[in-house]
Design a protein. Structure first.
Length: 460
């Protein structure tokens, strides 16, 4: 097999030949409940790391688990020829919880229905991780002269809290690469590949207000004592216009860059559909109905979201008591040029000036990231998607966050690009999450071609 422009059929044959291996390894990984947020699952998370490392060593990679102080990292080299260029592939093997009654199958037993692989982590991010691995194996079988490294994380779903320290401790080894490719992003629609030209960051924070020491009878004290639930609702409404989502904090939008004409055109060509978006995410109505404005808000604008309110009685009926304490959990998604610290400082100053006895506490944040749309790496991404899926890719942006991405570029000093494979209907973080063979087969070809493109670049 050779990776020429006429070898797409050969790569399809390679993928078909190795499909049973792909499915067996995917089942092995999905069947381990690697829920990183749950301390009770810590042993399972480590088992998943060990299983991932075993998959890599079975194909001849040399690797190890890197201890982080939390869940481990997996680092492995499929080859290590000094004169060849080197690419590192980043994925994560930890997953979100699978609670709720909406799962139609056991979330931690991979279920195969035809070409569909159902289970927690199938698309986020175990299926894409294995797809990239099999793409590297296809490139190796075609004698492509490139070193492929793998960096698989086990804490992405909890904000990559130990990732930076682990990179710093192992920087000398991990820096032995020319670039990094991430396969943990979602296309806008099936059949139209899209790669992020940016990721939103996230700054979570908590508002707390205590006005008494115990529940108070609303008949005996109501009208005189303060109600922390009501006051925190007032605080939130002072920060954001609930119906439109417009943030009311002065200066909040100062660092937001407007879309360029080229970015706007890429958004228009992305294949985005309002009806598909609503169907995939099971929502009845949106704040905005213009498709371009919806995309701009999803990918290129910051947000102010309320995630939970804690305090007071939540059982059946109404308990006529005024709670002594209340808490609101919030976050802001940030776009490139914004920073977690500056955003939080602005929010805190705004709230403290108007509501001085409200406590404002920041949780660990994730910085936004601005990607590349030109140059050899971006060209290789375009060529890979065209080769693997027969369609031109567009560079949009992604509304979510991947904390490891800006950290890798900053600490390792290497450029990062994206070759994601997941689709909106795959159900990131949702019940009945799945991956499918069409994306895996095309992804194997795309990654093999991507590696072949980079092999033409000089090492270093």
């Amino acid at each position: 097999m050779t990776l020429s422009t006429t070898s797409r059929a050969e790569l399809a044959e390679f993928a078909a030949h190795h499909r049973s291996d792909f499915e067996r390894w995917l089942a092995r990984l999905v069947n381990i409940p690697s829920v990183s947020v749950d301390p009770a699952r810590a042993t399972d998370v480590r088992r998943c790391a060990e299983a991932g490392l075993d998959c890599l060593t079975q194909v001849g990679a040399r690797g190890e688990l890197l201890e982080t102080g939390g869940h481990p990292l997996i680092h492995a080299r499929l080859s290590d020829v000094p004169t060849w260029p080197t690419i590192t592939v980043y994925n994560h093997l930890d997953v979100q919880p699978a609670d709720g009654d909406d799962w139609r199958t056991d979330p931690f037993q991979l279920t195969t229905h035809g070409d569909r692989y159902i289970g927690r982590g199938a698309t986020d991010d175990k299926g894409p991780a294995l797809t990239a691995l099999f793409g590297a194996l296809a490139a190796r079988s075609a004698d492509v002269p490139i070193n492929v490294n793998f960096l698989w994380e086990l804490e992405e779903e909890v904000g990559s809290h130990h990732f930076e320290d682990a990179l710093l401790r192992n920087r000398d080894s991990l820096k032995r690469t020319d670039a990094i490719v991430v396969s943990d992003t979602v296309w806008v629609t099936r059949g139209k590949p899209s790669s992020p030209a940016g990721l939103r960051g996230m700054q979570p924070f908590v508002l707390t207000l205590r006005t008494a020491t115990t529940d108070l009878h609303s008949g005996i004290t109501g009208g005189v004592v303060r109600n922390p639930l009501a006051e925190l609702m007032q605080v939130v409404c002072a920060c954001v216009e609930a119906r439109s989502g417009r943030v009311l904090i002065p200066g909040f939008y100062d660092d937001v860059e407007p879309l360029t004409p080229a970015e706007e055109q890429a958004f228009r060509e992305s294949g985005f559909s309002l009806e598909t978006f609503k169907r995939d995410h099971q929502v009845a109505s949106l704040r905005e109905t213009d498709p371009l404005e919806v995309m701009r808000r999803l990918w290129a604008m910051p947000t102010f979201e309320v995630h939970g309110v804690v305090g007071g009685y939540t059982g059946p009926g109404v308990k006529a008591a005024i709670p002594p304490r209340a808490e609101v959990k919030l976050s802001c998604r940030l776009v490139p040029n914004m920073t977690c610290q500056k955003t939080f400082d602005r929010i805190r100053a705004f709230i403290m000036d108007r509501f001085p006895d409200v406590e404002v506490h920041a949780e660990p944040g994730l910085e936004p990231f601005k990607g590349r749309t030109s140059g050899p790496l971006a060209d290789a991404v375009r060529a890979a998607y065209r080769f693997g899926f027969g369609s031109e890719a567009v560079f949009t942006r992604e509304g979510g966050s991947i904390g490891a991405v800006p950290t890798m570029e900053r600490i390792l000093g290497k450029p990062v690009v994206f070759l994601g494979l997941s689709l909106p209907e795959h159900g990131y973080h949702a019940p009945n999450e799945f991956f499918d063979w069409e994306q895996a087969e095309g992804g194997i070809a795309a990654f093999a071609h991507f590696f072949a493109q980079l092999a033409q670049q000089p090492a270093g």
